[in-house]
Write a protein that binds this ligand. Structure first.
Ligand code: NAD
Length: 340
């Protein structure tokens, strides 16, 4: 990309705390002179309210055109209601890799955590192909969910993880599965990942863990892990656990990557309990924006955001409530911009 060139990107403010943390993030990116030219689009409850559709065609068209988006969290109704817009976006653009790095900035219960989780993003149980079977006069007497993992999909995500390890100087990939019980669904994942790992022998170490044991070991001794390679549902759960090791959901970024597009977001949801109060921690989405800058070849700007966040939290001691501080979202953002 030539210096000074603008990069069109879709911006989805999202629901709950989404508009608060996306505004903070865009303000920081503007202050930094980041090259993004935003096209603001709606999705989730905000889009239902505005258009009656949780995923309007104009939002899809914008992402398809730009191949790049920054997205706030989207509320998904529990139980009934519309299908997860996040899942639909991942399917629509075949965003098969969900990259979720967790790195300690503020030492808390744990220090020096540095784990990268790679989650398969479009297969498995999380895709939620579900239905009810009626029995007698109960139309929802039996619930059925089907998970589908393909060898091709498992190999594709394994290759992504091992390539990432090589490019980023990571030493070990741990394959997370439940192949002792879900012998087909997660057995194929383990088998395909082990197979792909052979091509990286001598460059990247490989081992594997059953998901429940992995969850326990992440609490007892997280430092034994370097990268985790997970199926979709296990990756969803373990990435929140990783966030817990580094100070909570306010500190955890994520990237949904495919061949046709990439969507950057925080790991957290719309946090309805604190929405509108001006206290949300914008760091997760800011770190996701730094990943977005890396993605477009602007690592220098990405590093400035990461270094600025670290300095604001550690040197200036400006922190939001979830980190034990008193700063509001805008106070933290102003302090970061001043530091930059
Ligand atoms: P959540 O992540 O929204 O919140 C869990 C807890 O973490 C809450 O106590 C919240 O206040 C806190 N928290 C989260 N982000 C924070 C931040 N930036 N700063 C300070 N505290 C923060 O999870 P939930 O309550 O289970 O889900 C709420 C909604 O979000 C649901 O509708 C769910 O489907 C949706 N969701 C969306 C995404 C996404 O869009 N990628 C991800 C997860 C959940």
């Amino acid at each position: 990309m030539a210096t000074g060139e603008r990069i069109p990107a879709t911006l989805i403010p999202g629901d709950g705390i989404g508009p608060e943390v996306t505004k903070a993030t865009v303000d920081v990116l503007d202050a930094l002179g980041a090259p993004f030219e935003w096209e603001t689009q709606a999705a989730g409850m905000a889009a239902v309210d505005a258009t009656g559709d949780p995923l309007p065609q104009s939002t899809l068209d914008s992402i398809r055109r730009n191949k790049l988006a920054l997205k706030g969290p989207l509320t998904t109704p529990v139980g009934g209601g519309f299908r997860s817009v996040n899942v639909r976006l991942r399917e629509e653009f075949k965003l098969y890799a969900n990259l979720r790095p967790a790195k300690t900035i503020i030492p808390g219960r744990y220090e020096n955590i540095d784990i990268v989780l790679v989650r398969e993003n479009i297969e498995g149980l999380y895709v939620a192909h579900e239905y009810f079977v009626p029995v007698g006069d109960d139309p929802r007497a039996v619930a059925v969910s089907t998970g589908v993992n393909t060898r091709e999909g498992c190999r594709r995500i394994a290759r992504y993880a091992f390539d990432y390890a090589v490019k980023n100087g990571r030493k070990k990939v741990t394959i997370v599965h439940k192949a002792n019980v879900l012998k087909a669904l997660t057995g194929i994942f383990l088998e395909a990942a082990r197979d792909v790992a052979k091509e990286y022998a001598g460059r990247v170490e490989v081992d594997d863990r059953i998901v429940d044991a992995c969850a326990m070991q992440l609490v007892l001794n997280p430092w034994q892990f370097d990268m985790l390679l997970c199926t979709n549902l296990f990756g969803d759960i373990l990435s929140d656990q990783l966030a817990g090791l580094i100070g909570g959901l306010g500190m955890a970024p994520g990237a949904n990557i495919g061949d046709q597009a990439a969507i950057f977001e925080a790991v957290h949801g719309s946090a309805p309990d604190i929405a509108g109060k001006g206290v949300a921690n914008p760091v997760s989405l800011l770190l996701a924006a730094a990943m977005m800058l890396d993605h477009v070849g602007k690592q220098d700007l990405g590093n400035r955001i990461r270094n600025g966040i670290q300095a604001t939290l550690l040197e200036h001691n400006v922190r939001t409530r979830d980190l034990g501080g008193t700063a509001s979202t805008t106070e933290f953002t102003s302090a970061l911009i001043k530091r930059l």
